[in-house]
Design a protein around this ligand. Sequence first.
Ligand SMILES: C[S@@+](CC[C@H](N)C(=O)[O-])C[C@H]1O[C@@H](n2cnc3c(N)ncnc32)[C@H](O)[C@@H]1O
Length: 309
Amino acid sequence: MEVNEEATEKQTKMWNSFSKTYEDSFENITIQSSVILYSLTKAKKFSKICEVGVGCGLASRMFIANIMKKGAFYFCSDFSDEMNRIYYEHFQECDTAFNPKVKLEWIKDSEAINVTKKAEDMGEDIEKKLFLHQANNEKLPYPDESFDLYLSSLSLMLVDNYMNQLKEAYRVLEKGGVAGFTVHGKPENCNYLSFVPDVIKSLGHEIPPATTKPITHLCDKDSLHTDLTNVGFTIIKTFYTNINMLFDDVMILFDSLIKSPILKNLVDNLTEDQKEELFVEMKKQWEIKYGPETTEVQEWQILVCIVTK
Ligand SMILES: C[S@@+](CC[C@H](N)C(=O)[O-])C[C@H]1O[C@@H](n2cnc3c(N)ncnc32)[C@H](O)[C@@H]1O
């Protein structure tokens, strides 16, 4: 499997620096995507679970405490060490961490992980065996057919080569195993992404050319269906749904977007005066469209894929 290490290193750095903002502004929203996956893959019945691009762990903690079955093991990973650090810190503080029958090991040397041995070594007394480590979704450190469930909430569209991730998902799953992916839906149904650029354009400014592929590049249901079939998955269910946002203030959205790996360079071309004008205009348009007097929310469509090997 050819992995572009240079591109991955650059993306890892971006996600490291975005991790705190992600935790503050986004994980409370994306928990909706994770819950869809836990629910529709029927995650509660699986015993050998892997979750990639796990982020800072709000959804994961909920999964471990309330959905994961006793006797199961769960390997979760992210290529960002900062995300892993936040994940680990929060896990230590949550109630589940005080249950002596639940244990989390942060694997620091994650070149090659012998999943079965790791789980065995944790001991028979542990009812929920948890492992966290750094890994690129495109190249997982696990032996073939290690898991019966694979989960990926909102990371497939971010990796450098998403076909690598799909192939890895297929490889690490045993026959009959289930995988669940979510990705961004159609751009016209993600107005949280277009609101700020639209205001910038309405003021007559240019949007700088994107430095990364659009985050919605996997939004076509039929294309993704074909890709999943080509990789070897059989029962393939794909559908669109929404995980809308309900921010109280446009500046929360704005601050998050300009720090994000996706729209980072949005205001790079603007002078300080132009930025001031933009803030005033954004607040005005936000109030009209999404203020307390309206029932509108910011739309975020996702595409959900539940597949079987
Ligand atoms: C949009 S966040 C989703 C986090 C979490 N799954 C959620 O739903 O809130 C994307 C996550 O994927 C991670 N990520 C992006 N590209 C990755 C890659 N190639 N390999 C591993 N993780 C990656 C980022 O560090 C980030 O934590």
